[in-house]
Structure formats: C-alpha cells, structure tokens
Design a protein around this ligand. Sequence first.
Ligand code: FPP
Length: 251
Amino acid sequence: MAAAPSEPPKTDAPLHVAIVMDGNGRWAKRRGLPRSLGHRAGVEALKRTVAVAPELGIKWLTVFGFSTENWSRPAAEVSELMALPKRYFESDLARLEREGVRVRCWGRRQGLSADLVKMLTDAEARTAHNEVFNLNIAFNYGGQADIVDAARRFAEEVAAGRADPADLNEAVFTQHLSTGAAPPPDMIIRPSGEQRLSNFLLWEAAYAEFIFQDVLWPDFNAEHLKAAIEEYRRRDRRYGGAAADDVLAAG
Ligand code: FPP
C-alpha cells in the first residue's frame, strides 16, 4: 500500500533518474496534429527536464529516445525520430557543454546514418570532460540488444585470451554494457499511463523504483518530476533485504 504523503521520507532523493518519454503520439492526436509535432514537443519537454533535474539533486538523467523496436514504425516517422538528436543538439549542445553536462549516447550505432553517428560521437567528445551532470540518451537502444552485445564483447575477450570465463560476475558483466559507466537507475518514470518497461534498461533496472504517471510526455514539467521524487522518497528500498523495523522485531 502506498504510504500517506505526510509520512517522513524513507529514502534520499534519487541520484539517477531514467525516463521512458512516452505519449508524444497521443499528445499530437488529441490536438489534431501530426505525430511528428508530438515528438518535437517531446524534445521541449526533454529540455525542461534537463534544466530542472540538477536543482532537484539528480546527477544522472537517462532518457529513452529511440528503441531497437521503433524501426518498425512507418518510414516517415522513423525519419522524424532520427532527426530529433540534431534538433536537440543544435539548440542545446553548446549550453550543455558550457554548464558542465556530460552527454553519453547509449545504444547501437549500426543502422544509424553516418551523419547521426558523427553527431552523437561529437556530443560525447565535446562534453567528455564535464562532471556537473550526466545526460544519457538511449538511442537505437534495446535492453536485450545491449545484454547480447555485452555478452559478445566478453566472449571476444575470452576468445582472444584476455579474459577467463571463471572471472565473469555481475560487476564484470555490467562493465561490458553500454551503460556500464553509470550507476543503476534509482527511479524509472514512465508517463502516459502505460505500465511497462518496453526493453529499457533491463539489466540495470533490477532494483529501480517504478513511477507511472498519467501525464503525456510533451506535457511533463518540473511539477511531475517533483511529484515522482516525492513518491520515490516514500518508498522503502530493501534490495532484497528486510525492512529495518522487521529486523528489530525478529530479534
Ligand atoms: C514514444 O512516444 C516516444 C518516442 C518513440 C520518441 C521519444 C523521443 C523524444 C521525446 C525526443 C527525443 C529527443 C532526443 C534528443 C533523442 P509514442 O510516439 O509511442 O507516443 P504514443 O504512445 O502516444 O503514440
């Protein structure tokens, strides 16, 4: 049962927040607009979120920009989605760079145009020295694909004699994922009313708290993020252990 809002927080503010930016299409449909305009409005919501997240104690923000399954959308929509990083970086990358934001782009580069690969790589390189805040954009990313790629990388190291299968454990495997440099997400927010993970951060989400909100992503703002953090802070994160009260009661 959810704790009453008046109860004191059980948990510190989340350091790493991940968001499935869902609901752009429905947002556009409700306004009689093409889906492409929903996605563009989604970029504006991303800008708002990146602007406010550091003020709320967040150090890592990960957003799902394009999944390995999104290729099945109509070609025109895929083209529009492929154009979103350019739209975002053209308007915001210089400021992100100046303000100390380190950008990482997770996901497969295969299948993306050479221009887009260059843009993602440049954004990472230009901000590689930054340490104030971390923005991870999952693009052409799928949790299963990332796990397969990590397994392949480890297998290649074994084949080359640089690794021993006996040394494989959770920490080593994590380092082979494209997400390996980041701590696991504390909280995963999915707006739009859908309640599923959709192949996002499958490995990394092992102990993430899930927050589902009814707002459509283009309408997402600081208040939704604050509400999600408040709900998160009322959660009792136990990582498979027992609640402190129960440990005392058990003697
Ligand atoms: C899902 O909503 C959203 C996407 C597939 C794209 C999300 C991308 C952005 C919000 C902008 C990304 C910005 C960068 C920089 C990559 P949907 O289209 O499935 O919505 P629906 O479920 O209402 O149809």
